[in-house]
Design a protein around this ligand. Structure first.
Ligand code: AMP
Ligand code: GLY
Length: 421
């Protein structure tokens, strides 16, 4: 079969890599892809903010299956457009993707179905924010309701700071576009876990748990990023907890969405806080996580095409998804200045290796310039390995990272620190 993957980050490189291992896949096309994906797939340029450009491309390419990687095409309704044209596609419809694209929607949805989450207030004016703030203890979390590429959440230590943050979100100063809805949320503490379930509209099946490292600095300090590294181990969640989250969160989401006439198909990514009052949902994403996917793909033993087909065909209940026992991890090499301003176009050396260390380098933001791989984004590479235990996986990764370089390359040396402690 021919598969078309929409997107061009580390997550999509990992998905393309997994697809190329499937015996049923004859051809992979990626749009737009990147410098690393180009070694495994034919890459076609496309603007992933332009719905019609993406639809036209799929119609011309006629793949047997389209896999949508990032959230923006889902929120624009790419899946709806392809389904209307009877094209097979993996991912949720625009209505179902609201679980991620609208926190106003997802918070109200969780309330309707008694899914455990932080207490909240939805505000549409600054006066509402001021009034609601009186009901929250400090710190308080201020969130933009819409998609904000990881920048829409601010933890505020004073009410004044929360009010100012909300004002800047409403005016557009903070996120570039003026927000119309803001969610105030109770601040939760605990371990954060990313949980991934495959959903087919009727059933949710667990895939894996992983942990992301969102802050730029070691020891989880400094500003939030898209994710500086991730790992996945058997021990992250006990089998009993995994079952609890599947039954009491993932399956409830699928049942609730089905009962509202907007069945959820695709990946449900549950951002969890393991609080002292039990697991609470911080957020839903309606796609694979980045960089969690890079780590998970190295452990996935089940053919990824089986996952995609089960979700599209509504047969997930019969599917058991196997991961290699042990652990995997991925460490992001980022451009100098990221998550602020950075410069692209820096030549990358050390990507080719004859060593048999099992390390896989996924490209997050690279391009090919005159035959040379160069940086083309804030997050540049996701250096990934799988091993019997996390320590060994990380040792291989960090060993390998010493041989890779580009001007200004920065990375965290403490990925997995909580699990290793
Ligand atoms: P989100 O984009 O909603 O996952 O939020 C980004 C990050 O902000 C999360 O990974 C958490 O570290 C933090 N966060 C979000 N909501 C809360 C909350 N209610 N309490 C504490 N931290 C939060
Ligand atoms: N790793 C977090 C995300 O993909 O949103």
């Amino acid at each position: 079969m021919k598969v078309l993957v929409i997107g061009g980050g580390g997550r999509e490189h990992a998905l393309v890599w997994a697809l190329r291992k499937s015996p049923s896949v004859k051809e992979v096309v990626a749009a737009p892809g990147n410098g690393g994906i180009a070694e495994l797939a034919r890459c076609l340029p496309v603007d992933t903010n332009n719905l019609h450009a993406m639809v036209d491309l799929v119609v011309i390419e006629k793949p047997d299956l389209t896999v949508v990687g990032p959230e923006v095409p889902l929120a624009l309704g790419l899946v709806d457009e392809l389904e209307q044209r009877k094209l097979r596609v993996f991912g949720p419809t625009k209505a179902a993707a609201q679980l991620e694209s609208s926190k106003a929607f997802s918070k109200a949805f969780m309330l309707r179905y008694e899914i455990p989450t932080a207490e909240y207030a939805l505000c549409t004016t600054l006066d509402e924010v001021r009034a609601a703030l009186l009901n929250f203890s400090l710190p308080v979390v201020v969130k933009a309701s819409g998609l904000a590429a990881g920048k829409g959440v601010v933890i505020c230590n004073t009410r004044l700071e929360a009010e100012t943050t909300a004002a800047q979100m409403f005016s557009g100063v903070l996120l570039g576009t003026a927000q119309t809805e803001i969610v105030l949320e109770e601040f939760l503490t605990g371990e954060e876990v990313s949980f991934f379930a495959l959903c087919d509209g009727k059933h949710a099946v667990p895939i894996a748990a992983a942990q992301d490292h969102k802050r730029i600095g070691e020891g989880d300090t400094g500003p939030n990023t898209g994710g500086m590294g991730a790992y996945s181990t058997d021990g992250l969640l006990t089998p009993a907890m995994c079952q609890w989250v599947t039954q009491h969160i993932a399956q409830k989401v699928v049942d609730g969405m089905a009962s509202e006439g907007t069945p959820f198909k695709g990946i449900l990514f549950i951002g969890l806080m393991m609080s002292h009052r039990g697991p609470k949902v911080l957020e839903f994403n309606t796609r694979w996580g980045d960089p969690e996917t890079e780590a998970i793909m190295l452990r996935l033993e089940t053919d990824i095409v089986d996952l995609f087909n089960a979700a599209v065909d509504g047969t997930a209940i019969g599917l058991s998804i196997h991961l290699k026992p042990g652990a995997s991890a991925t460490v992001i090499a980022a451009s100098a200045g990221y998550p602020g301003k950075y410069v692209s176009g820096k030549p990358i050396t050390g990507l080719d290796s004859s060593s048999d260390d099992g390390v896989v380098i996924f490209h997050a933001g690279t391009a090919v310039n005159d035959g040379q791989i160069v940086t083309a984004g804030g997050r540049v590479l996701a250096v990934t390995a799988e091993a019997a235990d996390l320590r060994e996986a990380l040792d291989r990764i960090y060993q390998r990272m010493k041989t890779i370089s580009f001007e200004g390359m920065q990375y965290r040396r403490d990925i997995g620190h909580r699990a290793l402690q």
